[in-house]
Design a protein around this ligand. Sequence first.
Ligand code: CUO
Length: 672
Amino acid sequence: MENEQKQVLDMLQRPFRLPTRKEEDHPIVFEVGTRVAGSQPPPQPLALARSIPRGTVFSIFVKSHRLAAKELCDYFMETSSVTELKQRVDEMQGLVNESLFIFALSFVIIRKPEMRHLRLPSIVEIFPSMFVPVTTVSEMEHEAKKSTPDQEIIVTEYGPEFSSTHLKPEHRVAYWREDFGINSHHWHWHLVYPVDLGVSRDRKGELFFYMHQQMLARYDMDRLSVGLNRVQKLSNWRIPIPDGYFPKLTINNSGQTWGSRQDNTLMQEYRREEFGLQPFDVSDLELWHRRIMDAIHQGYLINRDGNLIKLTDKVKPPEKRGIDLLGDTVEADSSLSLNYPFYGDLHNMGHVLIAAAHDPDNAHQENLGVMSETATAMRDPVFYRWHKYIDDIFQEYKLTQPPYTAEELSLSSVEVVSVAVESQSQKNQLITGWSTRDFEASRGLDFKPDKPVIMRLTHLNHHPFVYNIEVINSGSLPKEVTVRIFMAPKLNERGAEMNFMEQRLLWAEMDRFTHNLKPGPNHILRSSTSSSITNLNDFTFRDLEKQPNPDNLVAPENTLFNFCGCGWPQHMLLPRGKQEGMSFELFVMVTDWSQDKVAQPDGARSCSAAASFCGILDALYPDAQPMGFPFDRRPLPMLLNRHVERTSDLTRLSNIAMQDITITFTNAKITQ
Ligand code: CUO
């Protein structure tokens, strides 16, 4: 019997291929180009799913597309085995938009309990054309065509120059924005925390805030590494967007490209007919913005029944924190938002308005830009400006919350004596450089002749390192603690040290784990590769085919794999740093696990991979503290009778320690 993993890999390969079934087998009538239209009743089953034409943009930021996705996901979810799923997939393959098809199929494989042992291959191999420009795809095609029969494999390299030139300052972080791992993480994150698909996961709104805030902190660390200022929020939508973006990526296999945005493009009224959206413009965004800001400053949201719902982060579970309610309302999920008609669809529609800015009425028949797709949006400099604006709303709320008290911050029975990082026998000196990673483009695209065509992608990387933490437990009993590790640049753009409030949003979480301290001195060693934000499991089709017996993957420790597959790429754990060395600070805080722990429902299994950014499937987020703790709020004005100005003032507490480290970028190849 064909094994299930192989069936799944077959379903996910070459999404642009035409259907293999015969029409008489599945007499479904397909009306090419049917659009989601407000007034016309659906002509046939799965009409919404089939209304998005193949070869065009599928965008989860557009409500009608989310509804289409829900219809197809529900249809696939009705199956009870991989074989049954394959029947429905074969039926729909070639009839629905390719990106929608892969999204729905991946969604179902992740969500169905009986399919959790199955692994999804990297989205880079499913849609190579979302990761490398059309010229690289053509080059691969050309090399494949002219290859001799004895040439078994074709390799084409891409990077590190990416899609712009040094004439544009923003180009300096192109290696970061166009990194395959960051973009595939973002695609995966939105797949496990989807909007409007009836998925209500624990602290979903709060994680929307936190995961995106952390991506911004990391982006800013790399911007400072290359001499750029921190990203500026895009909050004035009535002036042009200074930075353009030309993705050079294709949407389908017939060369249709994603829309490009010139420098200094103005966001204009959206009047395209696609997607069934009513015309809308920045005044709609401004209206929603004002209503949300009013809610934050008044301290409550108004739900659909007109009741006031208090916004506070001091709640007892399962009551939702204010940040969680705001996250759902701003993102926005129409069923989780407290009042979707009133607070609107701010974050999603911002993506759409920006993605259509180059051709707002479709006069040029250009496709939407990459801001409309989660696998490509992070390539565009405007993504970070938009999300900085969104984060600013959340920060406005966070600053209404009272600072953490000394009691909430301290753990007096524990002293963190020292912390250091070690890599290649060097103490507190970390090294970054370049590596390459091979992906088989021929799994997603159809090349002739049929042989492996490899795209070799350049990416930032670092030598692995180890945290070395000395901790004293002055109690007489063992103590279970949470160790929280963050990193931030020591200096700002002007080369000056930052006060707590300026540095607050630059703290990037590096790791969070539990440890059982024995009484007396403890020496904690923790590898960078174990980080709670990263994911080592970015598998290729070939990796998964090579599994000697994929059925063995049903073993309990692997059953959460696909969810654990969400996560920040390990190769981007460190910021680039500077060639002359750049100063960063490590911050380590040890807290009481009995206060942090969350009672998980029966049957929940632990999975540490990327839990900080991705949570745990079918379980509660594994940390009772607000996400971002202790940097999510303004500091106490006084701590232990002295003013708090800098982050280092927190080290007056015994359970917190800091350490200066240096990150040096070698601009050379890193092999591990
Ligand atoms: Cu992830 Cu705007 O939410 O892209």
